[in-house]
Design a protein around this ligand. Structure first.
Ligand SMILES: *Cc1c(COP(=O)(O)O)cnc(C)c1O
Length: 402
């Protein structure tokens, strides 16, 4: 045995790439290399007194029921917390379960939520339709200007909720500025960080109180399982977030947690490759005569390029394009593709294209759609792991058919 204690025994000292492979790992008495799947709902105790202490919360890391504590889920939560730089996290059955928990665990009847209007469909439903049913009012604002949040704040505002870049038009919200406004009014800032990923944007460092992910997207990234996660301080996560999860039960299954753990082992490689390709595709499509505009955060033409460079280290695996000729042109383009699939998922190894106006954003009125940039010719492209030259050739062929 060496004489000195190796500083790398502390996983917080590992770089992100190492944490993605080892973080949160725990071995059973069999010393398995890969993480084990604990497919059990309950636990037995060595004594009645042990059970009593466990239920009093006096045995740290103890397990009493898999609705709220399971070793495989623990490993996923700990690995994600290390990657995010968060004190704690809780995993959920889907991204929507995670967002619903983060928002609803922070409010009660009589409170008020301010949210950006450009939100993922389900998230918008939670704040716009669902929260008011329980006496929690909400105000949706144009998130591009932080002043709009300041103007919407009320004495009873408890939560500010944003997503950046936004779905599907990749608009940006200034996380730091909005965090300062929220905190000045005693509200918590929740950031849905799916589009930038845990690798390229750090909302907690910019002042957010809770960060959420749909793990279905880049974390699995291979189209297999649904999952979600909420990360933040120990106080918030082990308090409100844990209690809401424990009592309402939108629990991530141990099997899905294991799939997500395996996804994290290649997360950095996949997201980096997909981002490199997205940059190339954005560049290649930028000057195409049949396209009005390509929207990509780290492209100089982005209206908030400055902010994109400041708060995101890379520009996302997604881009949006507005095709000339509206919906008909957008449909012709999508239907002429051979490699890129028509699908509303994102962050996947397979490149996916979607027409938000007729799918994910069909529930909104045309007025709201146009306000948030969802024009008839808008397509959202999630760039996958195929050779970027094949993707560009596929898109160029399809554009020729328009
Ligand atoms: C997909 C997605 C969600 C919802 O996640 P599910 O896993 O599908 O429930 C929430 N927010 C954003 C930005 C998403 O892309």
């Amino acid at each position: 045995m060496s004489k000195e204690k190796n500083p790398l025994l502390d996983p917080a000292r590992h770089s992100a790439a190492t944490q993605m492979v080892h973080g949160g790992g725990k071995r059973s008495s069999f010393n398995e290399t890969s993480e084990a799947i604990f497919l059990n709902s309950g636990y037995s105790y060595p004594s009645s007194e042990h059970a009593e202490l466990l239920f009093q919360g006096k045995i740290p890391g103890g397990h009493n029921y898999s609705r709220f504590a399971n070793p495989t889920v623990d490993m996923f939560q700990e690995r994600m917390a290390l990657i995010e730089g968060a004190e704690a996290s809780r995993a959920f059955a889907s991204g929507m379960a995670a967002v619903t928990n983060a928002v609803m665990s922070q409010v009660r009847a009589g409170d008020h939520i301010v949210a950006a209007q450009a939100l993922f469909g389900g998230c918008r439903y939670v704040v716009e339709d669902y929260a008011p049913r329980f006496g929690v009012e909400s105000t949706l604002v144009d998130g591009r200007d932080p002043e709009n949040f300041a103007r919407a704040m009320k004495p009873n505002t408890k939560v500010v909720f944003i997503e950046t870049p936004t779905n599907p038009t990749l608009e940006l919200v200034d996380i730091k500025a909005v965090a300062e406004i929220a905190h000045a009014h005693g509200a918590k800032l929740i950031v849905d960080n799916v589009f930038s990923t845990a690798l390229y944007q750090k909302p907690l460092e910019l002042g957010a109180d809770l960060v959420t992910y749909s793990a279905t997207k880049h974390i699995d990234g291979q189209g297999r399982v649904l999952g979600g996660i909420v990360l933040g301080s120990k106080a918030l996560i082990e308090g409100d977030v844990h209690t809401f999860l424990r009592q309402t039960g939108a629990t991530l299954s141990a099997f899905n947690a294991w799939v997500l753990l395996k996804g994290l082992e290649t997360y950095a490689l996949r997201v980096k490759q997909m981002t490199d390709s997205a940059e190339k595709v954005a560049e290649a499509l930028g000057a195409h005569p049949k396209i009005n505009r390509v929207i990509y955060p780290h492209h100089k033409s982005h209206p908030r390029y400055e902010l994109a460079k400041r708060q995101m280290t890379r520009g996302s695996t997604l881009l949006a394009l507005d095709v000339k000729g509206g919906q008909e042109a957008a449909f012709t383009l999508s239907d002429s593709l051979a490699v890129i699939l028509i699908s509303n998922n994102l962050g996947d190894a397979k490149s996916l294209i979607t027409h938000p106006r007729t799918t994910t954003h069909a529930r909104l009125t045309e007025e709201v759609r146009l306000e948030t940039g969802v024009t008839p010719g808008l397509l959202r492209l999630s760039v996958g792991l195929e050779d970027p030259d094949d993707l560009i050739a596929d898109l160029m062929f399809a554009l020729d058919q328009v």
